[in-house]
Design a binder for this molecule. Structure first.
Ligand code: IPM
Ligand code: MG
Length: 356
């Protein structure tokens, strides 16, 4: 019997509700399969923890989760605390501390879900965005000086390194090659940013030479938004910098029907440390505590985590159950036009797993 040790960090907002639902579904999957089991360890880190302890997680938090097989993360942020404190104190601290340099964001329009595009266009969406997740515009390098004076200055320096570009480009090439269409679009902004972005183009260009089986094209990030809306079928895998992919992936999830469905994985592909899996929707304070949050994003997230843990069969069963529920359309959460509660959607998934 394989046991997967999972550090569960639900954190803030609707995180605890949707991650709780995700763990319930994962337990059912493990129980039905019989070959593997989960050892979930819960951590109460986040904004409430900060109010009690003055920090978002203990100083040795990253070391504590280092020994786990994966991290299942909810959402972080608080109306009363600055975003840079909550994010850098927890989520980004873990991503950077464990060097989870490749962030992946799959998008598909699930059956029964209406996206904002015309049906034929929307149904063509089948994308994998690979986001550089350790440097670039999110490197955390910069500073502020002369606060409050007329000469006040603030700088965020985008940092690109050869090693950082090369490793994420290699990851993106391999991920694209593993997909049926074997296409990779590399996003850039080297027409305006003439140092780091030009180096990005150059090093990505060197890496793709090693993957002759791949069809590669290049897009400026602004033009990429247009192409995503007007010609989604032409896109397969996408590689972009930290900030560019942040923006493009929100657009992707809107075109995929709802931010409530999207899933993401922060991967350290060499597997020497755990990778972190999270729904992309964030805290959603307006829904918090009402029991109506859409848990499908955390289920799709669980599917990514199962794949990473080598449980391909269970991952596939879970994705099928999600698609069964959305295509039936009877148990849709509010953001997908229905009235079902978190618990009702969870129950429907568990029933669909039984039938699968
Ligand atoms: C995301 C989020 C985060 C990001 C925020 C919350 C810092 O938008 O995961 O895409 O920009 O990385
Ligand atoms: Mg984002």
């Amino acid at each position: 019997m394989r046991t997967h040790r999972i550090a569960v960090i639900p954190a803030d907002g609707i995180g605890p509700e949707v991650i709780g639902a995700g763990c319930e579904v994962l337990e059912v999957l493990a129980g039905r399969d019989g070959d593997f089991t989960f050892d979930f360890q819960w951590f109460d880190w986040g904004s409430d923890y900060y109010r009690r302890h003055g920090e978002m997680m203990p100083a040795d938090g990253v070391e504590t989760v280092r020994g786990f097989d994966a991290i299942y993360f909810g959402a972080v942020g608080d109306v009363d605390l600055p975003d840079d404190l909550t994010l850098w104190g927890l989520r980004l601290a873990i991503c950077q501390g464990l060097d989870q340099f490749a962030n992946i964001r799959p998008t598909r329009l699930l059956p029964g879900v209406d996206g904002p595009l015309k049906p034929a266009l929307g149904e063509a969406i089948d994308w994998l965005i690979v986001r550089e997740n350790s440097e670039g515009e999110y490197a955390g390098v910069g500073g502020r000086a002369h606060r409050g004076l007329p000469i006040e200055v603030g700088m965020d320096v985008a940092v690109f390194t050869r090693a950082g570009i090369e490793r994420v480009a290699r990851y993106a090439c391999e991920a694209a090659l593993a997909r049926p269409r074997r296409k990779l679009t590399i996003v850039t902004k080297s027409n305006a940013q003439r140092h780091g972005m030009v180096m990005w183009d150059q090093i990505c260009g060197e890496v793709v030479e090693d993957y002759p089986g791949l069809e590669v094209d290049w897009m400026l990030v602004d033009a990429m938004t247009t192409r995503m809306v007007l010609d989604p079928a032409s896109i397969d895998a996408v590689l972009a910098t930290n900030l560019h992919a942040d923006i493009l992936s929100d657009l992707a999830s809107a075109l995929g029907g709802s931010l409530g469905i999207g899933a993401t994985a922060n991967l350290n592909p060499d597997r020497s440390v755990p990778s972190m899996f999270e729904p992309i929707h964030g805290t959603a304070f307006e829904l918090t505590g009402k029991g109506t949050a859409n848990p499908l994003g955390s289920f799709w997230t669980a599917n990514l985590m199962l794949e990473h843990l080598g449980e391909a069969k269970a991952a596939e069963r879970l994705m099928q159950a999600i698609e069964t529920v959305t295509s039936r359309g009877e148990t849709m959460p509010g953001d997908l036009g229905g009235k079902a509660t978190t618990a009702e959607v969870t129950r429907a998934i568990i029933e669909a797993l039984g039938a699968a």
